[in-house]
Design a protein around this ligand. Structure first.
Ligand code: ADP
Ligand code: ADP
Length: 231
């Protein structure tokens, strides 16, 4: 079964055509790169699969389920989790609160702080991020740490399809090694990963196949090894 099937998707923002009749699929368990220059439409694909943006026309399905009305809730139910490029951490909440927002409606003062911290500690430890204090405010952390928390938030919700939009933009080389290990581990468990990047060395390292977009069009889907350095 395909994790993702996209058929003839078109999306415009006013006069800008973000996606122009795009069709491709991602096999279940693949680690797929979405590549292309700025403005190619990569983030729009991520947002459509996440349920945040509705296409103007065309259709798509996730794990065989046709999506009639895109919504984050529908995507979550089908196992889609996303680490967004813009980062969705709420600045004046702690790391623990940010990590646990998806699990329970946090009504401040009702959810025990100890419980929240313990769950967050477990989630961070599972990803080798024990050095992050769950009680710190995300605003007090550097960009690389915030990006790791954005990634951890998506992974700790147990995705079947993990969407990573430029997940390494703020990461150091060591951090990229960290992410690589995690993606390999998830992939071995059968999780499907779509990885937006413009760094070809990363694409070759992380992904088995890649989908190239240009000006909102699908140029082609290739084995990652087929691609030369100029791309
Ligand atoms: P990429 O992720 O490949 O850089 P995007 O999907 O973000 O590309 O954008 C595709 C095109 O759509 C770009 O021209 C971008 O400026 C435009 N675009 C994206 N989001 C919006 C928006 N919310 N409003 C207007 N234009 C947008
Ligand atoms: P990306 O590399 O993903 O395209 P951008 O920096 O272009 O990132 O866009 C950041 C955010 O701004 C995204 O949410 C995108 O949808 C939105 N955006 C991009 N282009 C425009 C635009 N022309 N008008 C309004 N919003 C836009």
């Amino acid at each position: 079964m395909h994790a993702v099937e996209i058929a003839n998707l078109t999306k415009r923002y006013g006069a800008t055509v973000a996606l122009d009749d795009v069709s491709f699929s991602i096999g279940s368990g693949e680690v797929r790169a979405l590549i292309g220059e700025n403005g190619a439409g990569k983030s729009t694909i991520v947002k459509i699969l996440s349920g945040l943006v509705a296409p103007d026309s065309g259709s798509f399905s996730i794990f065989g389920r046709a999506i009639a009305t895109a919504s984050p809730k529908t995507s979550h139910k089908l196992g889609v989790q996303t680490a967004f490029q813009e980062m969705t951490l709420v600045p004046h909440l702690t790391v623990a609160e940010n990590l646990l927002i998806p699990y329970q409606p946090i009504r401040f003062g009702v959810v025990s702080n100890r419980l929240t911290c313990q769950k967050a500690e477990e989630a961070l430890a599972a990803l080798g991020l024990s050095f992050i204090d769950p009680q710190s405010l995300t605003t007090d952390l550097d960009l690389a740490t915030r990006q790791k928390i954005e990634i951890a938030k998506a992974i700790s919700r147990d995705p079947k399809l993990l969407l990573l939009d430029e997940p390494t933009s703020a990461l150091s080389a060591d951090d990229v090694d960290w992410l690589h290990e995690i993606v390999e581990r998830l992939s071995a468990k059968g999780v499907t990963v779509a990885f937006v990047s413009h760094r070809m060395e990363e694409v070759r390292r992380f992904c088995s196949s890649m989908t190239l977009l240009r000006n909102g069009r699908h140029v082609g889907t290739f084995a990652a090894t087929d691609v030369s350095d100029e791309e």
